[in-house]
Design a protein around this ligand. Structure first.
Ligand SMILES: Cc1ncc(COP(=O)(O)O)c(C=O)c1O
Length: 392
């Protein structure tokens, strides 16, 4: 915890340890550098590049015009609950009356933060993958004095039960797994996820499965046509999913959390005071979301993934992404550069990619987002191919 001297400026003395300890996202630095160049080749963005389906847009407009603009009940509007339960029952076999609860959250981030606030006390440990999604290491700090324990998943980026088991202690309260993952796009198998669920159940630890990218899994990693999930194996866990990435609506701030009713009840209680509810008209619109056919988008992303492997696979190491829209690519060792150095120099070639140190204790890889149109991706891959071959 940061110690603030009595003589420090007022702003520092006033601010809580919580605020001072939480770090801003490192993606920001590349974004700021990118602001200085005209016409960047931007492969740094973590959001889909397709528009919201017209059916969902129309439903949002109808809800606004139909005066559904006030607060909703904290856990979410009934029609969205019905749609999510229908989806969960078909997808993973979870039903409302199995001791399970459901709440609509303010984005997936909202669900993750509420889970941390409800589960973690000072000194408790939260296990996260390394590389991680940028929010994960901040959760322990937001919760106040909890401890982050990263699991090193290099070089294949698989967060396996055996890797997790090595870091568990009597203080471990929560394990987060994200598959498909950000920043690597790696998809764990159903068996790997079931092993993690079993381990957590045996040790009395809450498994939190962040499945924000469950809509984006490529053919080779689907199991029975679906994204592998530990929820098909266990109900003794918290499932967190979102609408933002799946339906190209990250600004709508909509996600949901399902899991043990006692935990969802506490998360709903906190949401009541913190966010009150997710945006009501957009909740109404999201009730239409599960009817949207995502297969053309997923096929497009799979073909962009293939472009990356074809362009760079012979020059460096890439754990093939089987989901999401990111590739985590090793900066060739022969260049003798950290990823931060590489990414900063790449800006001179108009290329924006994110250094791995933003997501990890190591700074050896870069994250390339392929949520960008094919011409942009083609241009960016040509720059990377040249830099990986000849350096700067
Ligand atoms: C793994 C992961 N979880 C959660 C989030 C947060 O998503 P939301 O916009 O739904 O809060 C992101 C966003 O990039 C993510 O990559």
């Amino acid at each position: 915890m940061t110690q603030v001297s009595r003589h420090a400026p007022l702003s520092e003395r006033m601010l809580s340890h919580r605020a001072l300890d939480v770090e801003a996202s490192g993606i920001r630095r590349i974004y700021d550098l990118g602001q200085r160049i005209a016409d960047p080749i931007n492969l740094s963005l973590g959001q889909p590049d397709f528009p919201v389906d017209p059916r969902i847009k129309s439903a949002a407009i109808r809800a606004i015009e139909g005066n559904r603009n006030g607060y909703s009940v904290t856990a979410g509007v009934p029609e969205l609950h019905a749609a999510i339960w229908g989806h969960l029952s078909a997808d993973i076999g979870w039903r409302k009356d199995d001791g399970l609860g459901l709440m609509v959250t303010n984005g997936t981030s909202g669900g993750l933060v509420l889970a941390a606030l409800c589960l973690l006390d000072a000194g408790d440990e939260i296990v996260i993958p390394d590389p991680w999604f940028v929010l994960y290491p901040q959760l322990a700090k937001l919760a106040g004095g909890a401890v982050t324990v990263p699991v090193d998943t290099y070089p294949d980026f698989r967060m396996t039960a055996s890797r997790i088991e090595q870091v568990l202690t009597p203080r471990t309260k929560m394990v987060i797994v994200d598959s498909p993952g950000n920043p690597c796009g790696v998809v764990l198998s159903g068996q790997e996820l079931a092993d993690i669920a079993d381990l957590c159940s045996r040790r009395g630890i809450m498994l939190v499965s962040d499945e924000i990218y469950d809509g984006f899994v490529f053919g080779d990693a689907l199991e029975g046509g679906r994204c592998p999930s530990p929820a098909r194996h266990s109900k003794d866990m918290l499932l967190i999913r979102g609408f933002g990435k799946t339906y190209g609506a990250t600004g709508w701030r909509l996600g949901y959390a399902a899991g043990p009713a006692w935990l969802i009840a506490q998360m709903t209680k906190l949401q009541q005071h913190i966010y009150i509810c997710a945006p009501t008209p957009l909740q109404c619109a999201a009730s239409e979301a599960f009817h949207v056919d995502l297969s053309p988008v997923v096929a497009e992303y799979a073909s962009r993934r293939d472009m990356i492997i074809d362009a760079l696979g012979d020059l460096t190491t890439i754990a093939t992404p089987h989901g999401a829209f990111y590739a985590f690519i090793e900066v060739p060792k022969r260049l003798g550069m950290t990823a931060q150095q590489f990414c900063e120099r790449a800006v001179d070639r108009r290329l924006l990619v994110v250094p791995g140190g933003v997501f990890s204790r190591r700074d050896t890889h870069l994250r390339l987002s392929f949520a960008a149109p094919k011409p942009t991706l083609t241009e960016g891959l040509a720059v990377l191919r040249e830099l990986f071959t000849h350096g700067f």
